[in-house]
Design a protein around this ligand. Structure first.
Ligand code: NAP
Ligand code: MG
Length: 454
């Protein structure tokens, strides 16, 4: 185990050191999880539910502590970090209602009774990215535990602090040892071991498409179950018949929230050509008004990027000759700051237009009519989210049905709700998280026929 240092992205100062788990330690954790899971699946449904409710209550009692940890570790504005700590509590609470409701079916057959059972998978490996350490941890962890699986969570190397604390809170709440383990460390070591080890029966991965593809290939060797939540390049489609003031006032938050480090970021604004000039006039003050600064302050709306390396990667999309229409502000001095940036006009082959920048950079592209808007929106390998702004209900429904993406909002940029399904079309992912059906991703259906002839 070699310790490494965690930096505060707003100050570049060390926060703490964390032990990096080795491959051998990962194997030992998997062995503990296998043993723990055999007992956990045997815990009576009502008791498993009540342990999960106790876990949610613990998280709630430590909500402010978790939020402050995220401010220090990830640079999230404190208001956002409080929402994220609330989300992890709510997701655990929601799936705490699942154990007693994990019903199978009784299917009519001749000569007996046929029933199905929703069996847990075993040990689930959860590989979490750095952009939303708490919510994304909870989306896999809570339904997996509720269904009777053991969970090994691998937080992103840079942002393990809240996950480590949540692992401790689970034990304090009474979850048995080994049912939830948090292993900080490198993806290439811990994450890779979870993918390669045959006793891990399922991987839930959120992160880059590149690593997601490698993980999918690794899982194929074991026919390992897999949920993937990858990137996005989502469109915010603004029609001339929409409430243009509202569309422009909200567009910055749909892409600059979490400094653009959001797989759902609406990073391509598509505007009907007839209202493009007016929209840009309205967008400029909205972008300049985004409050970028110290994440510890309640009024802050956007913090820094996660690391120096990531800032350099975002900056490559805005070279000196980039077509910057206008920009917001960002602090000088230490911290990985990058100002909200609007690029227009941008060619369809410009990297800032085609790639997931994962930073506060948005492009604006005009379109003529509904058909062209749909064509442009779908002209990407991604398909995660998107927004449609129009006053015409028929158009709203037509376009929502035509855009190839898993999560759309009309006249809103609705964020993720834990009780509705979330996931991507095309290269944005595989499978769905959250919502009423999430348990399906953590169980196998077993069919049993019982003869009445004996
Ligand atoms: P990443 O490399 O895909 O990392 C995501 C998670 O996978 C981290 O926990 C990482 O661990 C782990 N990992 C890395 N290599 C692995 C391997 N070979 N086997 C198993 N696990 C592995 O993402 P990133 O490098 O942090 O970010 C790169 C880009 O990915 C971003 O700029 C963005 O475009 C995209 N991204 C998307 C999302 C999303 O929400 N969809 C989230 C994050 C990033 P380490 O932290 O130790 O490397
Ligand atoms: Mg990486």
């Amino acid at each position: 185990m070699t310790a490494y240092t965690i930096l505060n992205p707003a100050t570049e100062q060390p926060v703490t050191t964390v032990p990096g788990t080795s491959a051998a330690e990962t194997d030992a954790a998997i062995a503990r999880a296998e043993v723990a899971q055999r007992s956990w699946r045997a815990v009576a449904p009502g008791d498993r539910a009540s342990l999960l409710r106790a876990f949610a209550a613990k998280v709630d009692a430590h909500g402010e502590e978790l939020a402050q940890l995220e401010v220090a570790n990830s640079g999230h504005p404190v208001g956002a970090a409080r929402w994220e700590a609330g989300q992890i509590r709510d997701v655990i609470q929601y799936y705490a209602a699942a154990p007693e409701r994990l019903t199978g079916r009784q299917i009519p057959v001749a000569g007996g009774v046929d029933v199905t059972f929703a069996e847990p998978l075993g040990v689930v490996g959860l590989i979490v990215p750095w952009n939303f350490p708490m919510p994304i941890l909870s989306w896999g962890m809570a339904p997996a535990l509720a269904a009777g699986n053991a969970v090994i969570a691998k937080p992103a190397e840079m942002t393990p602090l809240t996950a480590i604390r949540i692992g401790e809170l689970a034990l304090e709440a009474g979850l048995p040892e080994g049912v939830l383990q948090v292993l900080p460390g490198k993806g290439s070591v811990v994450g890779q071991r979870l993918v390669d080890h045959p006793a891990v029966r399922k991987i839930v991965f959120t992160g880059s498409t590149e690593v997601g593809q490698q993980i999918m290939a690794g899982c194929a060797k074991h026919v390992k179950r897999l949920t993937l939540e990858l990137g996005g390049k989502s469109a915010n489609i603004v029609f001339a018949d929409s409430d243009l003031e509202q569309a422009a006032a909200t567009a910055p938050y749909a892409v600059f929230d979490n400094a653009g480090q959001d797989c759902c970021a609406r990073s391509r604004i598509l505007v009907q050509a007839a209202v493009l000039d007016r929209f840009m006039e309205l967008l400029e003050p909205a972008v300049k008004d985004v409050k970028v600064g110290d994440p510890a302050l309640a009024q802050t709306e956007m913090g820094p990027l996660i690391s120096a390396g990531h800032r350099a990667s975002v900056a490559r999309y805005v070279p000196d000759n980039a077509p910057v229409a206008f920009r917001g502000s960002a602090p000088d001095g230490p911290g990985y700051w990058f100002p909200p940036t609007v690029l227009a006009p941008v060619g369809f082959d410009a990297p800032a237009y085609t790639d997931e920048v994962f930073g506060p950079v948005v492009t604006v592209t005009p379109f003529e009519d509904e058909a062209e808007a749909i064509r442009i929106a779908n002209d990407t390998p991604y398909g995660l989210s998107g927004s449609i702004w129009t006053g015409n209900v028929g158009r709203a429904i037509r376009v929502a049905r035509a855009v190839e993406a898993g999560n759309l909002s009309v006249n809103s940029h609705s964020s993720v709700r834990y009780w509705t399904p979330f996931g991507g079309f095309k290269q944005s992912g595989l499978g769905r998280e959250l919502g009423p059906d999430a348990l399906d991703a953590f169980t196998e259906t077993k069919n049993v026929f019982i003869s009445t002839q004996a």
